[in-house]
Design a protein around this ligand. Structure first.
Ligand SMILES: Nc1nc2c(ncn2[C@@H]2O[C@H](COP(=O)(O)OP(=O)(O)O)[C@@H](O)[C@H]2O)c(=O)[nH]1
Ligand SMILES: [Mg+2]
Length: 322
């Protein structure tokens, strides 16, 4: 999804700029022209590289509400904006310093001293933004690790642990787990795709997120749950009335009620493990078994119809490779 390049350190950028400035001076006789060349080379390299750092971050207003809310949760959009602004500031400032130094060279005799002073100030500016570069690189690592979620009608799978969520996703798709460094789950998010009639649908299993009562959540998890309204178009809530999951049906139905109010998406309910024989009936639920396949086609069709009906295209990131 996101592929932001490594953010360099202040030291790396300074090293590169000063090395190139020394190389640019080579062959020139010592004096004003040589010093001026050094200043221009160093300041151009720094200003360009700093602007490139900023440019390679996505525009947070254009990536869609799910990604911008998620990045806000896992990284912090305010701090991101502040750090990107600092880097832009440094780029402008270094450019100004170089113009001022070149102007000063015309007036004083010791051009070398002017260049040295300019390099010293430049190094201080770079040192000042090192915490921002550091933050941006950590943010870059986190953002790049977010799973790719396509702009397809999306069904979120919810329900208590062991009710058969992963089994359902595996049954209906070619799902592959994706690594995600969300603070609220250490497990991989599972994203599967289904080709159904004329188009593709996405089905997402978020282990650790939609499988416990909302009342037991910390703030970050609650924010994450509320961000899901931007990702999903429908929720498939799986109940296990067989007793084998270890959770009471009444607790499972309480979670269903909570999610309905928290996530605000239309919900389809399926009662799984029908193959185990008669169980407590669940109101308005599709009876299914991911073991025998019974009822799966009907619940899948209902979920897909619901997701398609509620799907509005999300804004996508512009591909950087072009
Ligand atoms: N008998 C039976 N077992 C099932 C069925 N679906 C899932 N299971 C079992 O229930 C357990 C939990 O399933 P899993 O898909 O990992 O649940 P999750 O925690 O909700 O993702 C596993 O041992 C599955 O084999 C079903 O339809 N019938
Ligand atoms: Mg699972």
């Amino acid at each position: 999804m996101f592929n932001i390049p490594t953010v360099p350190t202040a030291e790396e950028l300074l090293g590169k700029a000063f090395r190139k400035s020394v190389r640019a001076r080579a062959g020139k006789s010592p004096g004003r022209t040589a010093e001026k060349t050094m200043i221009l080379t160093a300041s151009n390299i720094l200003a360009d590289n700093l602007r490139a750092v900023v440019r390679r971050f996505p525009n947070f207003d254009e990536i869609g509400a799910f990604y911008s809310e998620t990045i806000d949760i896992v990284v912090g959009l305010d701090q991101l904006r502040i750090s990107l602004a600092s880097v832009t500031w440094a780029s402008t400032k270094i450019h100004q310093l170089s113009r001022a130094a070149i102007g000063k060279m015309a007036r004083v005799s010791d051009a070398k001293a002017v260049r040295k002073q300019m390099f010293g100030r430049t190094a201080s500016i770079m040192k000042e933004i090192q915490p921002d570069l550091d933050f941006l690189n950590r943010a870059r690592n986190t953002i790049n690790a977010l799973p790719a979620l396509d702009d397809e009608p999306t069904i979120l799978v919810a329900g208590y642990p062991n009710v058969g969520k992963s089994s359902f996703v595996a049954f209906v798709t070619s799902a592959k787990p994706e690594i995600a460094l969300y603070p609220f789950t250490t497990k991989g998010i599972i994203v599967g795709h289904i080709q159904y009639c004329d188009r593709r649908y996405q089905i997402v299993d978020l282990p650790g997120l939609l499988d416990r009562p909302v009342s037991k959540r910390n703030t970050i998890e609650l924010q994450a749950i509320s961000a899901l309204k931007n990702l999903g178009d429908a929720v498939l809530f799986i109940v296990d009335p067989s007793g084998t999951s270890g959770y009471e049906v009444s607790d499972q139905l309480n979670l269903l009620r909570e999610l309905k109010s928290q996530v605000g998406l239309p919900v389809i309910v399926a009662a799984n493990k029908m193959d185990l024989g008669p169980a407590e009936p669940v109101n308005e639920a599709f009876g299914i078994s991911t073991l025998s396949g019974e009822g799966i086609a009907a619940v899948l069709k209902a979920s897909i119809d619901l997701a398609r009906a509620h799907h509005a295209p999300r804004t996508r990131q512009v591909d950087e490779t072009s």
